[in-house]
Design a protein around this ligand. Structure first.
Ligand code: CU
Length: 168
Protein backbone atom coordinates (compact mmCIF):
# COMPACT_ATOMS: atom_id res chain seq x y z
CA UNK A 1 0.00 0.00 0.00
CA UNK A 2 2.66 2.45 1.04
CA UNK A 3 4.85 1.26 -1.83
CA UNK A 4 2.17 1.85 -4.45
CA UNK A 5 1.54 5.34 -3.08
CA UNK A 6 5.23 6.06 -3.55
CA UNK A 7 5.16 4.77 -7.12
CA UNK A 8 2.16 6.96 -7.81
CA UNK A 9 3.87 10.07 -6.49
CA UNK A 10 6.99 9.38 -8.55
CA UNK A 11 4.80 9.07 -11.63
CA UNK A 12 3.01 12.35 -10.84
CA UNK A 13 6.33 14.07 -10.42
CA UNK A 14 7.55 12.73 -13.76
CA UNK A 15 4.30 13.83 -15.39
CA UNK A 16 4.78 17.35 -14.05
CA UNK A 17 8.40 17.48 -15.21
CA UNK A 18 7.45 16.16 -18.63
CA UNK A 19 4.64 18.70 -19.01
CA UNK A 20 6.88 21.61 -18.06
CA UNK A 21 9.60 20.47 -20.47
CA UNK A 22 6.97 20.13 -23.18
CA UNK A 23 5.86 23.73 -22.67
CA UNK A 24 9.38 25.05 -23.09
CA UNK A 25 9.63 23.46 -26.52
CA UNK A 26 6.94 25.82 -27.82
CA UNK A 27 8.99 28.96 -27.12
CA UNK A 28 10.21 31.03 -30.03
CA UNK A 29 13.57 32.74 -30.02
CA UNK A 30 16.09 32.40 -27.24
CA UNK A 31 14.55 30.61 -24.28
CA UNK A 32 13.86 32.78 -21.26
CA UNK A 33 15.21 31.48 -18.00
CA UNK A 34 13.07 29.66 -15.50
CA UNK A 35 13.63 29.49 -11.78
CA UNK A 36 11.84 27.53 -9.13
CA UNK A 37 11.97 26.67 -5.49
CA UNK A 38 9.92 24.24 -3.36
CA UNK A 39 6.71 26.15 -3.96
CA UNK A 40 6.73 28.20 -7.16
CA UNK A 41 8.16 28.17 -10.66
CA UNK A 42 8.59 31.34 -12.74
CA UNK A 43 9.13 30.95 -16.46
CA UNK A 44 8.71 32.46 -19.91
CA UNK A 45 9.59 36.00 -18.84
CA UNK A 46 9.93 38.65 -21.53
CA UNK A 47 10.18 42.39 -21.95
CA UNK A 48 8.40 44.03 -24.86
CA UNK A 49 10.76 46.04 -27.10
CA UNK A 50 9.33 49.57 -27.02
CA UNK A 51 9.06 51.62 -30.25
CA UNK A 52 11.83 53.85 -28.83
CA UNK A 53 14.44 52.00 -26.74
CA UNK A 54 14.38 54.53 -23.86
CA UNK A 55 10.59 54.45 -23.40
CA UNK A 56 8.62 52.72 -20.70
CA UNK A 57 7.35 49.30 -21.67
CA UNK A 58 5.74 46.14 -20.30
CA UNK A 59 6.94 42.76 -19.08
CA UNK A 60 5.23 39.37 -18.93
CA UNK A 61 5.83 36.00 -17.30
CA UNK A 62 4.18 32.83 -16.05
CA UNK A 63 4.11 31.76 -12.43
CA UNK A 64 3.12 28.29 -11.21
CA UNK A 65 2.31 27.65 -7.57
CA UNK A 66 3.18 23.98 -7.11
CA UNK A 67 2.54 24.09 -3.36
CA UNK A 68 -0.53 23.26 -1.28
CA UNK A 69 -0.86 26.85 -0.06
CA UNK A 70 -1.75 30.10 -1.82
CA UNK A 71 1.14 32.46 -2.49
CA UNK A 72 0.93 36.19 -2.91
CA UNK A 73 3.17 38.13 -5.27
CA UNK A 74 3.79 41.34 -3.33
CA UNK A 75 6.61 43.10 -5.20
CA UNK A 76 8.64 43.00 -8.41
CA UNK A 77 11.83 44.93 -9.06
CA UNK A 78 14.69 45.06 -11.54
CA UNK A 79 18.05 46.84 -11.36
CA UNK A 80 17.53 47.75 -15.04
CA UNK A 81 14.37 49.84 -14.47
CA UNK A 82 13.91 52.74 -12.06
CA UNK A 83 10.42 51.50 -11.17
CA UNK A 84 8.36 48.36 -11.76
CA UNK A 85 4.62 48.15 -11.04
CA UNK A 86 2.11 45.31 -11.34
CA UNK A 87 -0.90 46.36 -13.42
CA UNK A 88 -4.15 44.85 -14.61
CA UNK A 89 -5.93 45.88 -17.80
CA UNK A 90 -9.66 46.65 -17.59
CA UNK A 91 -12.40 48.08 -19.80
CA UNK A 92 -14.04 51.20 -18.36
CA UNK A 93 -17.23 52.93 -19.46
CA UNK A 94 -16.77 56.71 -19.57
CA UNK A 95 -19.16 58.39 -17.06
CA UNK A 96 -20.73 60.58 -19.73
CA UNK A 97 -21.27 57.69 -22.17
CA UNK A 98 -19.22 56.98 -25.28
CA UNK A 99 -16.81 54.23 -26.25
CA UNK A 100 -15.52 51.93 -23.49
CA UNK A 101 -11.80 52.42 -23.00
CA UNK A 102 -8.98 50.11 -22.02
CA UNK A 103 -7.51 51.34 -18.77
CA UNK A 104 -4.90 50.07 -16.36
CA UNK A 105 -5.06 49.73 -12.60
CA UNK A 106 -2.11 49.29 -10.32
CA UNK A 107 -2.16 46.09 -8.27
CA UNK A 108 -0.55 46.04 -4.83
CA UNK A 109 -0.36 42.23 -4.90
CA UNK A 110 -1.62 39.21 -6.82
CA UNK A 111 -2.61 35.88 -5.25
CA UNK A 112 -1.67 32.62 -6.95
CA UNK A 113 -3.94 29.88 -5.57
CA UNK A 114 -2.43 26.51 -4.60
CA UNK A 115 -1.68 24.36 -7.64
CA UNK A 116 -2.58 27.12 -10.13
CA UNK A 117 -0.79 28.88 -12.97
CA UNK A 118 -1.06 32.65 -13.29
CA UNK A 119 0.01 34.35 -16.49
CA UNK A 120 1.01 37.97 -16.90
CA UNK A 121 0.23 38.41 -20.60
CA UNK A 122 -0.66 41.03 -23.20
CA UNK A 123 -4.18 42.40 -22.60
CA UNK A 124 -4.20 41.17 -18.99
CA UNK A 125 -1.96 41.51 -15.99
CA UNK A 126 1.43 42.96 -16.85
CA UNK A 127 4.49 44.53 -15.34
CA UNK A 128 4.79 48.22 -16.16
CA UNK A 129 8.48 49.00 -16.59
CA UNK A 130 9.31 52.67 -16.04
CA UNK A 131 12.54 54.48 -16.90
CA UNK A 132 15.00 51.90 -18.18
CA UNK A 133 18.46 52.80 -16.87
CA UNK A 134 19.85 52.15 -20.38
CA UNK A 135 18.05 51.97 -23.74
CA UNK A 136 16.48 48.52 -24.08
CA UNK A 137 18.71 46.16 -26.00
CA UNK A 138 17.21 43.10 -27.71
CA UNK A 139 20.32 41.04 -26.92
CA UNK A 140 20.30 41.78 -23.21
CA UNK A 141 18.73 39.73 -20.42
CA UNK A 142 16.69 41.63 -17.85
CA UNK A 143 16.73 40.36 -14.27
CA UNK A 144 13.52 40.59 -12.26
CA UNK A 145 13.26 39.83 -8.57
CA UNK A 146 9.84 38.66 -7.44
CA UNK A 147 8.91 38.79 -3.76
CA UNK A 148 6.37 36.16 -2.75
CA UNK A 149 4.57 35.74 0.53
CA UNK A 150 3.49 32.26 1.56
CA UNK A 151 2.97 30.22 4.69
CA UNK A 152 6.72 30.09 5.28
CA UNK A 153 7.06 33.88 5.08
CA UNK A 154 8.56 35.99 2.33
CA UNK A 155 10.89 34.65 -0.30
CA UNK A 156 12.54 36.21 -3.33
CA UNK A 157 13.30 34.67 -6.69
CA UNK A 158 15.33 36.34 -9.45
CA UNK A 159 14.63 35.29 -13.02
CA UNK A 160 16.11 36.50 -16.34
CA UNK A 161 13.70 37.81 -18.98
CA UNK A 162 14.56 38.05 -22.68
CA UNK A 163 13.04 40.59 -25.08
CA UNK A 164 10.46 40.23 -27.84
CA UNK A 165 9.37 42.75 -30.41
CA UNK A 166 5.77 41.54 -30.57
CA UNK A 167 3.28 39.12 -29.02
CA UNK A 168 3.91 35.60 -30.07
CU1 CU B 1 0.28 49.17 -17.26
Amino acid sequence: MRFSALIFSVFSLLAVLFTLTGCDEHSNGPAAGAVSNDSVRISDGWVRMPPTPGMMTAGYFTIYNSSQQPHELVAVSSPQFARVEMHESAMSEPAGGGMPMMTMNRLSSVVIPAGKVLEFKPGGNHLMLFDPVKPINPDERYDFTLTLRGEAGEQQLTVPFNTRSKDR
